[in-house]
Ligand binder design. Structure first.
Ligand SMILES: Cc1cc2nc3c(=O)[nH]c(=O)nc-3n(C[C@H](O)[C@H](O)[C@H](O)COP(=O)(O)OP(=O)(O)OC[C@H]3O[C@@H](n4cnc5c(N)ncnc54)[C@H](O)[C@@H]3O)c2cc1C
Length: 509
């Protein structure tokens, strides 16, 4: 375990916050060979009753990045039923060869997995290190933190703020955000139910409010209440077991006794989305960048895609193989996804309202769910598979997510996910045509960043980013367009001229 004495004064990247998203971001960077330090406020990972739904696109990303085992490419499409606004009947489908449509994995388990792998790579992970300030200038970003009663500083070329909803990194650096005020009040806790068999299971609505119970007959059950009528009077007031019990009983319309309540907290439908994910040398991921009502289990899933979208790009920039503008591509792409989630969460909240308006919207939702195409479109959005849209490799255009498929190379039969996992943070240039000229082009500067693979029976050649998104499709022999795309996506191959960090538009203090 890293101690304060092990630290150096400078790193290429400091990641502030080692929750599930910060630990994944640091792991992505470390696996790309970046000299990274992770600072985490908590002394150890605790089990929190939060994210447990890992959606299809997150699974697809984590298998491509080698964090989850690759699925069997011969497996068919997998569908599962989920809810929208508490109404069951939403169909979520993962394409063939892409694994399950949903995985039930607690966010603390993900955090433990990523952190253990980071430590296994020899990456310094300092626990009980509370970041208190970040200041940046032309020479670097200085992170101030407290650890074992001492105030310390460390400097980095880049800082990633992964320190959650109340992010000190976001506030120190002055990121602006678009917010919506809370209109609803939710309570959360874990407890042992006295009568698990008789408790209201799952999402239950009465004319007073919603209860959501994940019943565990032999241990702690997760208990949530949603009051869609008004926000918390004081959201900072600690929640007591008595208030949770009274609220559950009132909303259920009968006593639902429980004991040993713990992990009690309040949350709301307040939303915040930063206007840009990068200011100068500081980049945000996860809840530090976006928060919203946790309907549909989408917050952590957004963060997983942030980490995967940022890792390979920041590695290129930290090595000065690409300019910071590729981080602005990250910001644009991820901002659009978070904005779409915030919109669908607000839509779900309106459909959950108690009363005539909510009833009308739920009736409309019933009709929508009966329409197969609209149902599937909604399922794609909730599972983060709508943007970027999945497409078979043979027909994939720039901006699409290339779906797993069998691939025959010179060395045998494999599939797209396994090629990604082997290539690590390199892109894949899959060539059915003129692979020699493609290899010659890539060797002029992108050899470390792009793996050229000769593929049998591929009519259109494709360049796929490490996060599965198609960057280019065409014919490898037509070098100019491909060369421009390689430069745009993976950097020019030259050292970036000073000033390297685009600090002109960056506020410094
Ligand atoms: C009831 C509930 C259910 C949810 N269910 C789902 C779900 O099913 N699926 C889903 O996708 N999402 C879900 N979410 C949302 C999900 O929990 C969050 O999106 C997720 O925790 C974000 O991860 P993160 O790493 O960005 O932030 P966090 O999990 O908040 O981690 C931030 C880390 O930074 C550390 N930190 C904070 N401040 C500092 C500091 N100053 N210095 C150093 N470290 C610091 C913290 O200790 C923490 O470890 C749910 C949320 C709630 C409330």
């Amino acid at each position: 375990m890293t101690t304060g004495a092990d630290l150096r004064s400078r790193y290429q990247v400091v990641v502030a916050g080692g929750g599930p998203v910060g630990s994944l971001t640091a792991l992505e960077l470390a696996r790309s060979g970046i000299d990274v330090l992770l600072l985490e406020a908590a002394p150890h990972t605790t089990d929190v009753p939060k994210a447990g739904t890992i959606h299809a696109r997150s699974i697809q990303l984590l298998t491509r990045r080698g964090h989850f085992a690759a699925p069997d490419v011969g497996s068919g499409a997998v569908s599962t039923t989920f809810h929208y606004a508490g109404v069951w009947g939403l169909e979520i489908t993962a394409p063939p060869g892409e694994g399950p449509a949903i995985a039930g994995i607690g966010q603390s388990d993900l955090e433990r997995l990523f952190t253990a792998r980071l430590i296994g790579l020899g990456t310094p992970v300092l626990k009980a290190a509370v970041v208190t300030d970040v200041v940046q200038d032309d020479a670097g970003a200085t992170v101030t933190f407290t650890h074992e009663g001492l105030t310390r500083t460390v400097t980095a070329d880049w800082v990633v703020g992964a320190d959650g909803a109340r992010s000190i990194v976001r506030r120190s650096v002055g990121f602006t955000a678009t917010e919506t005020a809370p209109t609803a009040a939710a309570l959360l806790g874990l407890a042992v139910l006295d009568d698990p068999a008789g408790a209201p299971r799952g999402w239950v609505r009465t004319d007073r409010g919603w209860t959501v119970l994940n019943v565990n007959a032999s241990g702690l059950s997760r208990i949530i209440t949603f009051d869609l009528g008004s926000p918390h009077e004081d959201h900072r007031r600690p929640l007591t077991a008595q208030e949770l019990q009274e609220t559950v009983d009132r909303f259920a319309g009968r006593p639902v006794p429980f004991r040993h309540a713990r992990s009690l907290s309040r949350f709301s439908d307040y939303s915040r989305l930063v206007d840009t994910y990068r200011l100068g040398r500081v980049v945000l991921v996860g809840d530090a960048a976006h928060v919203h009502f946790p309907l549909g289990g989408q917050g952590l899933n957004l963060g997983i895609a942030d980490a995967v979208g940022l890792g390979w790009r920041l590695a290129l920039v930290a090595r000065r193989q690409a300019g910071p503008s590729i981080l602005d591509d990250y910001s644009r792409e991820r901002h659009a996804c978070a904005a779409a989630v915030i919109a669908n969460v607000a839509d779900q909240r309106e459909r959950m309202r108690i009363g005539a308006v909510g009833d009308r919207l739920r009736t409309e939702l019933d009709r929508l769910l009966e329409d197969r195409n609209r149902n599937r479109a909604l399922g794609s959005a909730i599972s983060a598979q709508r943007r970027p849209a999945p497409r078979a490799l043979a027909h994939a255009a720039p901006g699409d997510f290339a779906v797993n498929t069998v691939i025959e190379t010179d060395t045998g039969i494999t599939d797209l996910i396994r090629l990604h996992a082997t290539a690590g943070s390199r892109g894949l240039l899959l060539c059915g045509n003129a692979p020699e000229s493609a290899r010659a082009l890539v060797d002029t500067g992108w050899g470390e960043r792009v793996a050229v693979i000769r593929v049998r029976n591929l009519e259109t050649d494709v360049l796929v980013r490490p996060d599965g998104v198609v960057a280019w499709s065409g014919t490898c022999g037509d070098g100019n367009e491909l060369s421009a795309c390689l430069a745009e996506t993976f950097g020019t191959g030259d050292q970036i001229a000073e000033p390297p960090f685009g600090l002109m538009a960056c506020p410094t203090r």
